[in-house]
Design a protein. Structure first.
Ligand SMILES: [Zn+2]
Ligand SMILES: [Zn+2]
Length: 277
């Protein structure tokens, strides 16, 4: 079964996300529990959490993913930012358990001069401080790799999985991986990239894909998402990717733009067309 959905808003109550997902034609999806640009705690009432769980069971196949705050920086050498990041992540995994959500997705963040190895150590030890409910798995997301951000190289993600005592998995963002230098624009490039993922991390750790095309060329480290098939990954790369044996059973969550009169509904329909095209 093709599991495809989009990152939708929880405005007006988290249970509204289910209807928004259905409206765009998705059967799985992703949310923020609060504005991702500020330090804020999830504020979800018991009633809306119950409604979210019930409506999800009735309307969707799942899974849902909570995307953590953009301010979280697990790699940071700064104590105050580290503590805020751990605190924020703890609240996200607790909210996930309350909502019956399987995954919490997080970027590793930036080492800001501490160096790659220290950054990976910091990320793993920060994740190890979390008390993660049994029903929840934290996913570390592949990054576009600008500046000192880690996670552009698959070896960074593997390094955190190896160092951490938690049972972590990975979310592969196609636009980020492409920007980080993994060429997904041809069938051969898709094969090589997924082989590299398997060699470095292991495909058994690939729990979710953020399926996005890229407005910038491969290796530019620039993170700007494009409509599926209309960026530099293009139709050939996207077709090869969504039909690849390693991807067919992995949930695809779109973070594509809303522009040119096209939003998630158009992009989800496009993915359905490319599958088995
Ligand atoms: Zn992300
Ligand atoms: Zn993403």
């Amino acid at each position: 079964m093709l599991r495809v959905g989009a990152h939708v808003s929880i405005a007006g109550g988290v249970d509204n996300a289910v209807e928004r997902e259905v409206d765009v034609g998705g059967n799985c999806g992703q949310i923020f529990t609060h504005s991702p640009q500020v330090w804020q705690d999830p504020n979800i009432g018991d009633d809306e959490a119950a409604a979210f769980r019930e409506e999800t069971t009735a309307e969707l196949d799942g899974p849902w993913v909570i995307h953590s705050s953009y301010l979280v920086n697990l790699c940071t050498p700064k104590d105050d930012l580290r503590e805020k990041s751990i605190d924020s992540m703890q609240k996200e995994v607790d909210a996930a358990a309350e909502l019956g959500i399987e995954y919490v997705n997080v970027h590793l963040g930036a080492h800001t001069g501490a160096g790659v190895e220290n950054g990976l150590d910091n990320a793993a030890s920060a994740l190890d401080e979390l008390s993660i409910p049994d029903s929840v798995t934290v996913l570390v997301e592949s990054d576009a790799g600008s500046g000192t951000k880690l996670g552009g190289d698959f070896a960074h993600l593997a390094g955190v999985l190896d160092r951490s005592n938690q049972d972590l998995d990975v979310c592969l963002d196609t636009a980020h991986a492409f920007a980080a230098g993994y060429d997904l624009s041809t069938p051969a490039g898709v094969d090589e990239t997924l082989q590299a993922f398997d060699d470095e991390i292991g495909l058994d750790h690939l729990a979710c894909v953020h399926l996005n095309d890229s407005k910038h060329e491969c290796g530019t480290n620039k993170d700007e998402h494009a409509h599926i098939g209309e960026g530099h990954i293009g139709d050939d790369g996207m077709t090869a990717f969504v039909n690849h044996d390693a991807i067919r059973d992995v949930p695809l969550v779109l973070e594509t733009p809303n522009e040119d009169g096209r939003g998630f509904a158009w992009n989800i329909e496009k993915v359905r067309e490319l599958r088995d095209a």
